[in-house]
Design a protein around this ligand. Sequence first.
Ligand code: SF4
Length: 401
Amino acid sequence: MTKKLSFSYSKMGMYKECPQKYKFRYIHMLPEQPKYYFAFGSALHEVMEYVYNPQNAAFPTMEQALAFFKKHWDSTSFDQKGYATMKKEMLGYEEGCRIIRAYYGKHGSSLVHPLSVEMKSTLDMDGLSLISILDRIDYLGEGRVKILDYKTGKTIQREPDQLMMYQKVAESSPAVLNLVQALDPSVTQIKVEQMCFYHLPSLQELSFERSSDKEMYEFWQRVLGVADDIRAGKFEPTPSESKCRWCDYRNICPVFTGKEYDGPSGWGAKNPAPVSAPEQMPKSDEEVLSEKIDRLGEITAEEKKLRQEIVALMNQLGYQRQYATKYQAELKTSKKLTFADRQKVVDFLRKAHLLQKTLVPTQSRIEALLSDSSVDENLKAQLLALGQEEKIEDIEISEAN
Ligand code: SF4
């Protein structure tokens, strides 16, 4: 009997990225250098497992979750985690604490035990031994489940193959079925109703619909195709600037050395030749983009704070305009209308036969209605009375002449 191929979504991802890289990692068994973003993600996954552990009757407090995170974080050094310096490791720790505090701020009072957390599953299917970890499974009743995957990177995007792998595993796994049957013995088949990526840094949840039978069939054929290529020993390198620049195996890769890697007895067997730490290498476009977004966010927050401080000082001094060395500031006052009781506004618009005009009564549509010359002035006054007027003060900055 042929041995089953040990397979997972991440193995498939690496093979698709570069078969030669897969060969270094899984055939020659050469470990990659530690990556700080994996260490960071893994630490936060541990915290989520700790918070939602279904074995615990009570949820840990935020202080307990922070203490757990610190203990886990301190169990390895900065270089074991893949950080270039202790300072960068400290920034990672602070970011982790920020995320945990923010998570408790948003969800702390509404935590609910899921069906399972960090469920490790090994499935034997079609000659594969399929290994996967499902971060969190929530039971929705009647055999339906929601799969949630925590993301900790800077950006979040749909990863169709990962979603389909989750669907395949959850709907085929006897372990998931057993858990559901413990709650609901009448269930004979699991159906994945919803799949989500939960982005911990921004606390945003991105939901996806289940894939159709046709999509699942095509996906599984792709999986089996990759598995066949691996069994057939097809490990042709597929170099590209963006992939090779970050690859730990670059210094032993035939694309760069001009010769085949000579196996476990060679110089790179246990420890692939070190490549420069990612922090010292040219930045990828994605990193540059992230840095610019962060920088713009910081500038925007700083600008907002400065504006508020200038407005407060000008009011305090009773100034309408102030000249500085290069620029001048002029105080501008406007009014903002808000409608707190949306239902009252909708009822009024319906009664006044104005609902059709707004289509959806958003703030901007109502404002447009109030400046619409075809609307009766009396109705406008009644509508205006339903809102609250707020004085907005800001400054206009221009070059000093
Ligand atoms: S250096 Fe490039 S071609 Fe070589 S294994 Fe890495 S990604 Fe593949």
